[in-house]
Design a protein around this ligand. Structure first.
Ligand SMILES: C[S@@+](CC[C@H](N)C(=O)[O-])C[C@H]1O[C@@H](n2cnc3c(N)ncnc32)[C@H](O)[C@@H]1O
Length: 206
């Protein structure tokens, strides 16, 4: 995908697009050794992964300071968000919690090469020190019920969680509401016809 094609979907500067290209090159290179994304999706990496993550950034409230991404894997959406924020929200600091040591090394390598304000905690989400994040994200990590428990630990009061979900999201919301109450906004995904992005706040146990 070139800058003009990407720009037609998400408004980013040429410098930001070039950083995204550098990230895609590293992800593609490392993916031969570590399974960061499914190898079958590498040929559609821009639509399946980069645009999919970029739309999460687009739903973030104005001026967050602390963004925490859980189960970051190969950096989706954490690295995409961090790259997009670099010039326009320089105050944003990203923390990734990723227990797999090799993936954590990849995240740190990209952050260093692209000079991103990003910290990696290679530990379990359940054990990591509470992050008091303004925004929490998690892509392809766990059912919503479990994500609400993670959010309770790592989101500050008044913070917002952004979770992309597949077509079974209604069932996940139904199950989560047995244990949690929350405020929910649902946005259609721009990259998958039946997928959505859930934006959740005011999470508390029922
Ligand atoms: C399916 S991958 C998704 C990765 C990335 N978010 C994406 O969308 O491509 C889930 C990731 O979460 C990490 N993970 C799963 N459970 C975890 C836990 N309890 N604490 C920390 N990391 C965890 C795994 O190591 C894996 O890298």
């Amino acid at each position: 995908m070139n800058h003009a094609e990407f720009q037609s979907q998400v408004d980013v500067s040429r410098e930001t697009f070039e950083r995204l290209e550098a990230y895609v090159a590293l992800l593609t290179k490392w993916n031969t050794a570590i399974n960061l994304v499914s190898p079958s999706t590498i040929s559609q990496i821009w639509s399946r992964h980069i645009l999919d993550s970029a739309q999460i950034y687009g739903l973030a409230p104005e001026n967050p300071n602390i963004w925490c991404d859980l189960g970051s894997g190969g950096g989706l959406p954490a690295l995409v968000v961090s790259i997009m924020a670099k010039d326009i929200r320089p105050g944003l600091s990203m923390t990734c919690i990723e227990s797999d040591l090799r993936k954590a090394t990849f995240l740190r390598t990209v952050a260093r090469e692209l000079d991103l304000k990003l910290t990696v905690r290679s530990e379990r989400i359940e054990k990591a020190e509470p992050q008091s994040a303004d925004i929490l994200s998690a892509r392809a990590l766990a059912p919503l019920n479990a994500l609400c428990g993670f959010a309770k630990r790592h989101l500050r009061p008044g913070g917002v969680a952004i979770f992309p979900k597949g077509e079974n999201y209604r069932q996940e919301v139904h199950e989560a509401l047995e244990n949690w109450s929350f405020q929910l906004d649902t946005y259609p995904s721009k990259t998958h016809p039946n997928a959505v992005i859930l934006k959740i706040g005011e999470i508390s146990r029922v």
